[in-house]
Design a protein around this ligand. Sequence first.
Ligand code: DC
Length: 216
Amino acid sequence: MSTHEAANQALVIAIDGPAAAGKGTLARRLAAALGLPYLDTGLLYRAVGRRVLDLGADPAEPDAAAAAARSLVPEDLARGDLRGPAADAAAASVASIPAVRAALLEFQRGFATASGAVLDGRDIGTVIFPDAKVKLFVTATLPARARRRWAELAGKGTEVPLARVEADMRARDAMDAARLAAPLRPAADAVCLDTTALDPDAVFAQAMAAVRAARP
Ligand code: DC
């Protein structure tokens, strides 16, 4: 094992927060800077939702969704149809089912066991890795997040009114925060980063300061 690997052993960085807050951008940069693998855990819920839709079943139906979660394979995360309104809605539905979350728990823990990892999601610091050395809660106002998502969609040629993007995001935020199974909330010991008025470099600098503080 190299010195670099040894120093990173078991370093888990848990990043949680609502959609379009900047979690993914930050997580990828931290993972690259620290030589850690990265897992976007939203993809797990998206892939489960897609599997249920493929079978013509209802993503809100617990037995169908739990069976899809148990049969998930890593290749499912590379599917090209995990983004977009249908996948968003299916993911939010399956994510509120406790048996789905239970089936995905070991996958997420196993991902970080060997060498540590950066994971982003909604319950990484509260449920999946409550003992993570570094926990970040990344957030921004709803209008700021909606505008980012809208610009991202426009960049891909998808013209959707900003008001519609904001309304969809508000509804998904409410589902994530109100569900009984692992609702979105900051861990008590998370460092909160509000990215509303920060560019990605500033967010990265603040996150690295939190990592250094946790690993003197
Ligand atoms: O981050 P995202 O938009 O790709 O997440 C897709 C859905 O899955 C969203 O409704 C939140 C949910 N999710 C979750 O409940 N727990 C996670 N760790 C990651 C995502």
